[in-house]
Design a protein. Structure first.
Length: 668
């Protein structure tokens, strides 16, 4: 067809699959998007959310021009201004803050709205700009840090199995992960394994759509995953099925860890985890006698006080069984540890060391911040303790700039709003955290309205501030070429020209890939087992639940974090907010399906309709995340009741470690 063009790109969203896509452009307009059938992980399919991405880029509520606040903070009232007016005002305010309070009074608050290495959460261009100003460092600790550090303490890296190798597994444990909602492309490889006889077990406090498709579901008590790992290993040792050769050659601390395992017989494990003893024993027997065993554990499993320890102990399982010897054996959490781009944080641009601010601590750390700069983030929908965040954002002396595509709750509190491009409108480089590929995103169409990319925004702002550091003005292609210049063997043969032409390339790792068959990237070259007494760190809910309920906030099938939270069709499919309640808990509280309740604790409450269901165990309630508060009845989502507390490692978030009660919403 005349004027038709096929443009290769990549999904930017916070999902392990990082799909390769093809955009069909006719006469400068994006007409069609589909998954790339040639990419081995995407295999031609996108998800229910991203299937609506082109529609989303053309939505009538998209922000297309710079805006200045005209009403009170939180009112969402703005006037259109020019880019020069916006950048001049920002430059003046930033200079004043640096002169009066120092650069550390500026907090660049970056989220995972895009995982791009240019425009998104790696933010190479923004990091250079903020370092020149001496702004505070921003720690991206909201998502996966506790589990990543737990794995790194065990393995020396958070990297593990190649997820494609699940096709070679004989036993597959889907541990705290809802694959069919949060990364459904892995399911094809699980199905390949199943076709070869693999047994699939879902370990999850909720009977998810993934658990429905598994051969077996174990409804574990939230925060007790490490206890289950120890109990399963107790059965392995009782069967004398440990791999003594692998233990001797490639692990350290085994004698101490073995004693810890022996303290977790099946009966104790069942009592702590809530899983029947016979089910623990049955799975332990499978684990003892099935090679290879593949474990998929993702981010939800480590969002509690003991999350880091849980991942470290789970990572110990293939060290005991020797599954790391085999392709198709081991643990898959995140493949990001296998990505070795040249991510230069340019600390040389700092005049002096600066403080680090943790994104999970936004509610408590805003009081001494004079400028909050939010990009690729919507903290009023996605960050813990949103009621306190809202109060902080309402301060008159806080200058807030938000780079956004849509009028989120956070945008409503901005002083200046800058229109941001969407993925079809800019260049970016991506690496999936659930596969072994690099991907390139070529812009398919011109930016909508006056939207600018993140990189271009910082280039223009640097010019308005008169900054002379040459690296602030590097082009997107220069930034991308620098990222690919690490010289690491995994990037052998990958050039920017080739990546742009082909759209995706597998990093230079063997297929199949057994990363720790011959050792680990630790100082000793060995897997480091947890010290005795440190393998299981009970979560708050596991320690103190009593008659209270533990709230789980799983990913929604229709939203991705808060992205698409304003899409009319996906909102229609999501229906009204619900809270799943076990029949026993509903009966003891006099609740029935359809009643509207307050899910409440000391932090606040949100409204949801009761759905009595055995999909959650007694003592557990579940309500999906991702809704925009202002588009939700009651003006709050589950993060209104999530504590601003730390996990055991990296100050990770505790989204699945909060005690609540249910109260009937009074009739008005």
């Amino acid at each position: 067809m005349s004027g038709e063009l096929r443009v290769l790109g990549a999904c930017p969203l916070d999902c392990p699959d990082t799909c390769s896509w093809i955009v069909t452009v006719e006469d400068g307009k994006a007409m069609k998007m589909r998954g790339n059938p040639d990419q081995p992980y995407t295999r031609g399919a996108l998800c229910v959310k991203v299937n609506r991405y082109l529609e989303h880029t053309q939505a009538p509520d998209r922000i297309l021009y710079p805006l200045r606040r005209t009403g009170p903070k939180g009112s969402g009232r703005f006037e259109r201004i020019t880019w020069d007016e916006a950048l001049d005002e920002i430059a003046t305010r930033l200079r004043g803050i640096v002169d009066e309070h120092g650069g550390e009074a500026i907090w660049p608050y970056l989220g995972t709205g895009s995982l791009g290495y240019l425009q998104g959460c790696e933010g190479v261009a923004g990091r250079r700009f903020w370092n020149v100003l001496g702004a505070a460092k921003h720690a991206m600790n909201i998502c996966s840090v506790a589990g990543s550090l737990g794995l790194a303490r065990a393995q020396g890296t958070a990297g593990g199995m190649d997820p494609e190798n699940f096709a070679q597994a004989e036993l597959i444990l889907l541990w705290g992960t809802n694959t069919l909602t949060s990364g459904h492309h892995l399911w094809k490889f699980i199905q390949d394994g199943r076709a070869n006889g693999a047994h699939v077990v879902a370990i999850d406090p909720i009977r998810t759509r993934t658990a429905d498709q598994a051969d077996e579901h174990l409804a574990i008590r939230p925060g007790t995953d490490a206890a289950l790992a120890l109990g399963l290993l107790h059965v392995v040792l009782a069967e004398n099925a440990q791999d003594e050769e692998y233990l001797a050659l490639h692990t350290e601390g085994w004698d101490d860890f073995r004693q810890e395992i022996m303290e977790w017989p099946v009966e104790r494990t069942a009592e702590v985890t809530g899983i029947p003893a016979e089910a623990v024993h049955r799975l332990g027997m499978r684990l003892a006698h099935t090679r290879p065993t593949a474990i998929r554990a993702t981010m939800g499993i480590q969002r509690h006080e003991g999350g880091g320890a849980a991942m470290r102990t789970i990572a110990s399982i293939p060290g005991v069984t020797g599954d790391w010897r085999h392709p198709g054996g081991g643990v898959a959490y995140s493949t990001s540890g296998h990505v070795h781009l040249n991510i230069d944080r340019r600390n040389d641009l700092l005049a002096k060391p600066v403080r680090t601010r943790y994104m999970t601590r936004l509610a408590s750390e805003l009081q001494d911040v004079k400028c909050l700069w939010v990009y690729a983030a919507n903290p009023l929908a996605s960050t813990s303790d949103t009621n306190r965040i809202r109060k902080g954002l309402a301060r008159d002396d806080l200058f807030t700039v938000v780079m956004e595509q849509f009028p989120t709750d956070t945008v409503d509190y901005a002083d200046i709003v800058l229109p941001a491009t969407m993925q079809t409108e800019h260049m970016d480089l991506h690496a999936g955290y659930g596969h072994m590929y690099l991907l390139w995103n070529e812009p398919a169409v011109a930016p909508a309205g006056e939207a600018l990319s993140t990189t271009e925004t910082f280039r223009r702002l640097a010019a308005h501030m008169g900054l002379t550091e040459p690296s602030l003005y590097d082009s997107d292609l220069e930034l991308a070429a620098d990222l690919l210049s690490s010289g690491h063997p995994s990037l052998e043969g990958i050039t920017l020209d080739r990546l742009r032409k082909e759209g995706w390339m597998r990093m230079s790792y063997p297929q199949p890939f057994a990363p720790f068959a011959d050792g680990f990237p630790t100082p000793s070259g060995r897997l480091r087992f947890p010290r005795r007494g440190k393998a299981y760190v009970p979560s708050l809910s596991a320690r103190t639940a009593g008659d209270r309920l533990t709230l789980i906030t799983p990913a929604a099938h229709t939203f991705l974090n808060s992205t698409f939270g304003n899409n009319p069709e996906l909102l229609r499919r999501a229906k009204d907010p619900v809270v799943l309640v076990n029949p026993a808990d509903a009966e003891s509280r006099g609740l029935s399906t359809g009643q509207r309740v307050r899910v409440v604790n000391h932090n606040g409450y949100f409204l949801a309709d009761v759905e009595v269901s055995d999909r959650v165990a007694k003592g557990v309630v579940a309500s999906p995340k991702g809704r925009w508060p202002k588009l939700t009845t009651g003006g709050a989502n589950p993060n209104a009741v999530v504590d601003e507390r730390d996990a055991d490692m990296g100050k990770g978030a505790v989204y699945h470690d909060n005690l609540v009660e249910l109260e009937l919403e009074p009739l008005v």
